[in-house]
Design a protein around this ligand. Structure first.
Ligand code: ATP
Ligand code: NAG
Ligand code: NAG
Ligand code: NAG
Ligand code: MG
Length: 317
């Protein structure tokens, strides 16, 4: 059939074919992340499923996060950025939850150019350089929000962050229309800390001693226990008071300490993640070798939460 066509037509066909291939290639390899559309929009079903199926033993967290994030993302004209403060014992899922939020908003999840993770001890280690850090951080936030209003900033190890550094970003969390021509109202700030972790454990322990279900614990039970005295403590959460005083934190999210059964759940999930067939025997063996507290009672809570499971599991498989 081709040999009956004039050579010009053949050339044209080949050219068109190459162009189509080129466009596909271009699209596939140069699909640059942009700050609109599906690159930066919430998948509510996805977030809901993840909080229900992937996060274990955190009923308060699941409820508060879903409400906070969907409410904010559905609001076309928020008055201020979303500010979440995540608290709790080590290994209970604070970084994990911020990852789940990022994955359900940004197509590239934590790898997105619009998601920024700052860790106090790695990004701002030396107290002597505090002034440099302050200007740097403020410039980063301003620069990134002007590129993408829907930016997310996660601050890890807040309890180790210098209060002055905290003070320098306070204006960005507030109800300003804009600051020097940049509006911060679409941004999301997430603070992670162990502040108040012991108090949260106390509440969980009290419920357990009273023979009540863990799921009966409500946000208000913990808020009462975590009186301002915890946040006023200079060594634990001094920074937090000023944020609370000015109502800059929209949601306070307490993470409960994890129990043996949650460690098992984490272990099974981790086995699947590593590409193994889930094997309860292996996971139980690993979970039994972990440490639990309080020692004088029935050792209900895992000392390290689910944190070491990923590495520990390798020894048991
Ligand atoms: N509640 C949970 N449900 C499911 N997996 C969890 C949970 N908590 C922790 N994990 C698992 O353990 C890992 C470590 O947890 P994560 O880093 O979120 O702890 P953290 O609360 O940030 O602890 P730290 O206060 O020490 O930083 C996570 O990557 C996740 O795989
Ligand atoms: C939202 O998440 C669900 C569950 O993970 C997934 O099946 C669905 O494809 C996602 N939707 C979009 C638009 O990404
Ligand atoms: C955005 O933040 C990153 C740190 O996450 C920083 O390296 C970068 O310089 C910032 N961009 C701008 C334009 O300020
Ligand atoms: C302050 O916090 C530290 C560390 O969390 C704790 O050891 C100390 O007892 C607390 N002090 C007060 C007065 O609560
Ligand atoms: Mg963490």
């Amino acid at each position: 059939m081709t040999d009956r066509m004039p050579p010009q037509v053949t050339l044209l066909l080949v050219g068109a074919g190459l162009a189509a291939l080129g466009a596909t290639y271009w699209h596939f390899y140069w699909r640059k992340e942009v700050c609109y559309g599906s690159w930066t929009s919430l998948n509510k079903t996805g977030l809901k499923c993840d909080l229900k199926n992937k996060l274990f033993g955190q009923h308060i967290v699941a409820k508060v996060i879903l409400k906070a994030v969907t409410g904010f993302m559905n609001n076309k004209n928020p008055k201020k950025p979303l500010v979440l403060s995540l608290h709790g014992w080590t290994g209970t899922g604070k970084n994990y939850v911020s990852q789940l939020i990022a994955e359900n908003i940004y197509q590239k999840g934590m790898k997105s150019n619009f998601v920024h993770l700052f860790t106090a001890t790695t990004h701002f280690p030396h107290e002597a350089h505090i002034d440099k850090y302050k200007t740097q951080l403020v410039e980063w936030i301003r620069g990134n929000v002007s590129i993408c209003p829907r930016s997310m900033f996660i601050f890890d190890e807040m309890d180790k962050m210098h209060p002055e550094l905290m003070d320098s970003i306070k204006p960005y969390l507030d109800f300003y229309d804009n600051l020097n021509g940049v509006s911060y109202r679409q941004a999301i700030f997430i603070f992670l800390s162990n502040t108040g972790g012991e108090k949260i454990v106390e509440v969980a322990l009290d419920f357990w001693r009273d023979g009540r279900e863990r799921e009966e614990i409500q946000l208000k039970d913990i808020e009462m226990a975590l009186s301002l005295s915890v946040f006023n403590n200079k060594s634990s959460g001094f920074w937090h008071t000023s944020l609370i005083d000015k109502n800059l934190v929209d949601f306070f999210v307490p993470f409960l300490p994890l129990e043996y059964k949650h460690v098992i759940q984490c272990g099974l999930a981790e086995m699947a993640r590593k590409g193994h067939v889930k094997n309860k025997k292996v996971v139980v063996k690993m979970a039994r070798d972990l440490n639990y507290f309080p020692k004088e009672e029935k050792r209900i809570f895992s000392v390290q939460g689910c944190k070491v499971i990923s590495s520990r599991l390798d020894f048991y498989i």
